[in-house]
Write a protein that binds this ligand. Structure first.
Ligand SMILES: Nc1ncnc2c1ncn2[C@@H]1O[C@H](COP(=O)(O)OP(=O)(O)OP(=O)(O)O)[C@@H](O)[C@H]1O
Ligand SMILES: [Mg+2]
Length: 437
């Protein structure tokens, strides 16, 4: 038989459709692999060379959008053909244009399928060369402001090396997302990424959890166990909320970073580990060092590379992009349709200060999508956000408040460059630092 070379992976939770597609494609001389869930699809993608992915959108648990997102990040050259009964999904895909996605609406004829498959595979071959994006684009990290582009630039520089990284930033600024981006875009992405919340583990269990233990090391240690560090071997360990690590935990971590080896609780000797450490905190660690709450030597070991996750109010240019992504996400999730947002509503969002940062923005959009029909209007936003605009002058401010606001604004404009800010403000750096404290 005259077989095409291409392997096609079909993903649909409906086994009848799966079977039908398989029969059609086989009669067109393609090899096929079937998956009834995204999870299964991922397993196949990892073990087989796939030339075309055909997927449904609406599936229980993880949906087709997540799969497409994953594929565009991990297999950017793999063409995707979406088969769905919902026309609305097409618009959504175009909004989040990834360039490789083709679309076929159910029901379709075998001829239409043949045409679409050939087109998808073909378009991939012809666009392969031009499709390379600049290296510092990370699809899940939305934002194009100067402040955020700096972050992406650093991610790009460090993703393939194992230097220790410290990510600092307010709550909800995307620290974990940044840590994951470093891992999953780098050359160790196939190794584990293990996230540990340092503040959440009870002090007396911490060493055992982090480093594992030998049988009989303490009561209840019935067999030898690996800890998080061993589990992350070859990959990345993400030490979240490092500022909450107890003094004892800080000691142990320092030893690991210095010696690059860990010893299980109760073990006679340490063993070497090969691991990248990324730590994150939403408190100012240097301040904590100053107050004697955090070991200075550990701080310097951790902050070989430092990343400041900028607060949303310093990158409000990114708000329209983020809003578009969240509207698209929740409109599909809740309404299975495409929705819009009025420019007036975006303006309101851009003028709010977002103390909870991106997490707060995402929650706000999620709620607004539920509260509106086709288009999010100002009335669908909580009043809290609007008050800031409607009555800006009624609250008279003190000079020191004004000063603080102005300093913040200047700092944002110069991208937190304190030397430049001091110059503009006409004071020296020391004075500026004092005022910031
Ligand atoms: N640049 C971004 N683009 C899109 N979504 C983002 C971005 N940054 C953060 N988010 C989303 O905002 C939410 C909060 O992000 P994340 O959990 O990484 O923040 P965090 O800094 O670790 O917060 P916390 O300090 O509270 O743990 C997540 O849902 C994340 O997906
Ligand atoms: Mg976090």
């Amino acid at each position: 038989m005259n077989y095409h070379k291409e392997n096609i992976l079909i993903v649909d939770d409906d086994i009848h459709i799966l079977e039908l597609l398989k029969r059609h494609l086989q009669s067109l001389h393609y090899y096929t692999f079937k998956a009834v869930s995204v999870k299964e699809a991922l397993a196949i993608l990892k073990s087989k060379r796939i030339d075309l992915l055909i997927t449904d959108i609406k599936m229980p648990e993880v949906d087709g959008f997540e799969l497409i997102k994953y594929v565009s990040e991990h297999y950017p050259l793999l063409p995707v053909l979406v088969i769905s009964g919902y026309i609305s999904a097409k618009g959504a895909l175009e909004m989040g244009k990834s360039g490789v996605v083709d679309y076929l609406v159910k029901p379709f004829t075998k001829e239409e399928l043949k045409g679409a498959v050939a087109h998808s595979i073909q378009s991939n071959v012809s666009t392969k060369k031009v499709k390379e994006q600049p290296a510092y684009q990370f699809k899940e990290l939305i934002g194009n402001s100067k402040a955020f582009n700096n972050v992406k630039e650093i991610i790009h520089r460090i993703k393939d090396i194992k230097a220790t990284v410290l990510i600092q930033g307010e709550s909800g600024t995307g620290k974990e997302l940044i840590a994951r981006a470093i891992h999953y875009h780098g050359k160790y992405s196939r190794k584990p990424f293990v996230a540990v919340n340092c503040g959440a583990i009870p002090e007396d269990l911490l060493e055992a959890e982090l480093f594992g233990y030998e049988k009989g090391a303490f009561t209840g240690a019935n067999d030898t166990r690996n800890g998080f560090f061993q589990a992350a071997e070859g990959g990345t360990i993400f030490l979240d909320e490092i500022g909450n690590a107890s003094p004892k935990a800080q000691n142990s971590l320092l030893r690991v970073l210095q010696e690059k080896e860990v010893s299980k609780v109760g073990a006679q000797k340490a063993s070497k580990i090969d691991i990248r450490v990324i730590a994150a905190t939403n408190i100012n660690l240097l301040e904590a060092v100053g107050q004697g709450k955090f070991r200075e030597d550990l701080y310097y070991r951790l902050s070989v590379v430092e990343i400041e996750a900028p607060p949303l109010r310093r990158r409000s240019e990114d708000i329209p992009l983020l809003v578009a992504r969240f509207v698209q996400k929740y409109a599909l999730e809740y309404k299975d349709q495409v929705m819009g947002i009025a420019p007036e509503a975006i303006q309101i969002l851009q003028r709010y200060s977002w103390p909870g940062n991106i997490r707060e923005l995402e929650n706000c959009i999620q709620r607004a999508v539920i509260m509106s029909d086709r288009k999010i209007m100002p009335q669908h936003l909580p009043d809290l956000y609007k008050f800031q605009i409607d009555f800006p002058e009624t609250q008279l401010k003190s000079l020191s408040e004004m000063e603080k606001e102005y300093i913040t604004k200047v700092l944002a404009l110069v991208n937190n460059n304190k030397t430049k800010a001091a110059e503009i403000l006409g004071i020296d750096r020391k004075t500026l630092r004092a005022k910031l404290n």
